[in-house]
Design a protein around this ligand. Structure first.
Ligand SMILES: [Zn+2]
Length: 213
């Protein structure tokens, strides 16, 4: 028995969805979770900018609840960056098949947060998704302001907190697929989509690992 196999046998990896230590397939799923039909969840947001109005469609294959929250927490905060690949494979199932995208881009974290964590989880997801789908990855967005963590703010404060926190490179005429790990209030997603439209994007859609509904 090879060492890797032996270790896997002693410490089975956790299933991506149920977080149980069980034998998993190449997608990181246990037999029970792999047998579940693929779920698709949606949320829509209206964006008004100057005199134009847009609708941002956000898709995922999971709701943000149950043991899957632990998986995402491990990915985001506990250095388990290898989860980007199996998570991106799940995201690929949520993408609209009949739509063409010119590029994939990520909702970025600030430089301070990147330093603290060592990696940007959304960029890892976007790069892995680009590999699966063949849609090129482009770092169109940068975070220009290290704002306070949204999580602790009341909803009316969140929009103010995030306004002007992102900048986008010129993306004239591009159909952009925006990637983030978790979508909660949608405030960040809306702001990123707004700056992408201002930078010339023809269309912005979004895909995440999980949506909180
Ligand atoms: Zn499972």
């Amino acid at each position: 028995m090879r060492l890797g196999k032996l270790l896997e046998w002693i410490f089975p990896p956790k299933c991506l969805f149920c977080a149980e230590r069980r034998a998993v397939n190449e997608d990181g799923l246990c037999a029970d979770c792999a047998a579940l039909p693929t779920e698709r969840v949606f949320r829509y947001f209206n964006i008004k900018d100057r005199r134009r109005a847009y609708t941002l469609e956000c898709r995922a294959t999971k709701r943000y609840k149950g043991p899957f929250c632990n998986t995402l927490h491990r990915f985001k905060f506990q250095n388990e960056a290898y989860l980007a690949k199996p998570l991106a494979k799940q995201m690929a199932l949520a993408i609209k098949r009949d739509q063409t995208y010119d590029c994939i881009t990520a909702v970025p974290v600030s430089r301070e947060r990147l330093k603290e964590r060592g990696y940007d989880q959304s960029v890892l997801l976007a790069e892995a998704l680009s590999e699966y789908t063949g849609i090129p990855y482009r770092a169109l967005l940068t975070k220009t302001k290290h704002n306070r963590t949204q999580h602790f703010l009341p909803s009316n404060e969140r929009e103010k907190n995030v306004h002007g926190a992102y900048a986008a490179q010129d993306c004239t005429g591009m159909r952009v697929l925006l990637v983030d790990d978790i979508l909660t209030t949608g405030v960040t997603a809306k702001e990123c989509a707004r700056v992408l439209y201002r930078a010339g994007a023809a269309d912005v859609s979004m895909v995440c690992c999980a949506l909180s509904l």
